[in-house]
Design a protein around this ligand. Structure first.
Ligand SMILES: Nc1ncnc2c1ncn2[C@@H]1O[C@H](COP(=O)(O)OP(=O)(O)OP(=O)(O)O)[C@@H](O)[C@H]1O
Ligand SMILES: [Mg+2]
Length: 279
């Protein structure tokens, strides 16, 4: 379980806090989507879970974050990284090896994974992400989307219990994005891995995440079940957070019919709603 208790953080040298009084709980096995406009504090939130804040980024830190009961301030980065795997928004700052296979091996060797387990883990992770054919390629020869997949695979190979992904599909086409989301859902449902996914592709996110947190100006302004949060579609639009079009449709129809329609989160639900209203 991840628990933020009144966390406020201001990067060293900055005046404005990047996070303010954040209270947030992600249960074990949860799948939390995080949305919010640029500069809202999403990446900062991810860094606070992975321990990079305060271990790598210094600043004014108030409140606490615990990951499976461990306070991230008191726990070493090594220990936290055994629990939390993070895919960075900027994958190029994450990838350090010149070759795909070396990148996969680097983490596994650093983690002290037994030698005999390593080949199987590499193969399995590459296979899961659908990039087994890239194994012998140089990083420099890959597209942005392929590098993103390598970063994801190298984290999956470490088998963390908690996965934090900061816009991991930014460079991917819609088909590959959906594949990554489906893989996360499978890991979440079948292995109970907790997923925290920061995403701009909100339509896709709402289909997969069970809970949503909306950040704005460093504060969590809404959190809860995906459908409950989307019921605030008017407020979200006002912040510049685009809601899925099906959600906007349910909100417009609530207004037009004078009868509150439940927020739709996928096409099937929108179709059912329209059929109900237009016999
Ligand atoms: N390393 C840093 N040093 C100083 N300030 C930072 C640093 N990283 C982020 N900030 C500031 O903290 C605030 C929150 O930034 P953050 O990167 O967490 O937002 P975000 O929601 O991830 O934005 P985006 O959608 O652009 O990725 C911003 O004002 C940003 O300028
Ligand atoms: Mg960010």
């Amino acid at each position: 379980m991840i628990v933020f208790q009144d966390l406020s953080f201001t990067y060293k040298g900055e005046k404005q806090p990047a996070l303010q009084e954040v209270c947030l709980t992600v249960p074990d096995g949860g799948f939390l989507g995080v949305i919010g406009p640029a500069g809202a504090g999403k990446t900062t939130l991810a860094r606070a879970i992975s321990g990079m804040i305060p271990h790598h980024y210094s600043g004014d830190y108030y409140g606490s974050v615990t990951v499976n009961g461990l306070d991230t301030v008191e726990t070493s980065l090594d220990e936290i990284s055994q629990l939390v795997g993070m895919v960075f928004q900027d994958v190029d700052s994450q990838i350090i090896s010149p070759m795909v296979e070396d990148e996969m091996l680097y983490g596994l060797e650093n983690f002290g994974v037994p030698r005999e387990e390593i080949p199987g883990r590499v193969e399995d992770a590459l296979e899961k992400v659908g990039i087994a054919d890239l194994r012998d390629r140089t990083i420099g020869s890959l597209s942005g989307g392929q590098r993103q997949k390598v970063a994801i695979a190298s984290i999956l190979a470490l088998k963390p219990r908690i996965l934090v992904l900061d816009e991991p599909t930014g460079e991917l086409d819609p088909r590959s994005s959906r594949q990554v989301f489906s893989l996360l859902k499978e890991l979440n449902e079948e292995q109970g891995i907790t997923v925290i996914l920061i995403e701009q592709k909100i339509m896709l996110l709402c289909e997969f995440a069970r809970q949503l947190a909306v950040l704005n100006g460093g504060r969590v302004i809404f959190q809860g079940e995906t459908r409950e949060v989307l019921a605030h579609s008017d407020e979200l639009q006002a912040l510049g957070v685009n809601c899925p079009r099906v959600t906007t449709l349910s909100s417009i129809l609530s207004e037009k019919t004078g009868e509150k329609q439940p927020a739709c989160i996928n096409l099937d639900e929108a179709e059912a709603m329209v059929r109900r209203l237009i016999p």
